[in-house]
Ligand binder design. Sequence first.
Ligand SMILES: Cc1cc2nc3c(=O)[nH]c(=O)nc-3n(C[C@H](O)[C@H](O)[C@H](O)COP(=O)(O)O)c2cc1C
Length: 255
Amino acid sequence: MQPQDESSVEPHIDPLAQHKHLPAVLNHLERQLGFALTLVHNPLKTRLIDQKASFGRQPTCACVLCSSARDYGIVSTPRITFLAMPSKLIVLAASNGENLKLAQRFAEKARALGHTADVLDLTTVELPVFTPRAQAKGTPHAISALEQQLMAAQRWVICAPEYNGSIPPVLTNAIAWLSVTGDDFRALLNGRPIAMATFSGGGGMELLVSLRIQLTHLGAQVVGRQLLSNHAKPAQEDSISDLVQRLLQMQPLQL
Ligand SMILES: Cc1cc2nc3c(=O)[nH]c(=O)nc-3n(C[C@H](O)[C@H](O)[C@H](O)COP(=O)(O)O)c2cc1C
């Protein structure tokens, strides 16, 4: 991945205390920018490795701290130069009608905010219905690519319709397959920030409640706010923007 932007920041801290406060400064930067930081700096190597560990499994930003001791506090004001890279978002559509359109709006909003976003239409993923008999026949080919695509995105949005007061089969089926076949299914969902949205026939709340129960059961960090839309209540641009920004400020847990 290529750096997207290069900037400099002058942290407002006591220079002599910078080493001690470095993690707090970097956490602050990460929160402000919505970027994960990976640091490269020999004198602070031990500290930096610790720091990197708290930035989630897939850091997306190369960060270089200026290299002399002078720069981080003994003589002059500390200066951090960082190369910021966008974080990656995946928007899952659990149907190919209004929910796919909604998913595309989420992806466009994330891109407008400078992040990489892909839409994945789950109805195009060839998966048989999960049963122990189907499992005994072997792992479907599509699972490995699906798992890789999901792992590569630090944050997910799920756009799903309500079906019979609950989650549509295409979504629970994919989750069922992933739960029994992935190398590390816990890593796939545990600590993952996920936002939920729905376009449903008229309800939608039961889908959101059911999906929240399932995702939190699997350890995901589900954004507190959620988006419910239907023909009588179309999704507002502001609501999409708010949800995306909340999601981007949440960090994957390092477990
Ligand atoms: C099998 C089935 C069950 C449905 N159950 C519900 C429901 O319980 N509540 C609801 O609000 N809409 C329900 N709907 C309507 C869908 O949520 C609605 O058509 C939605 O737009 C489908 O998503 P899509 O436009 O992305 O395909 C159901 C639709 C189907 C096909």
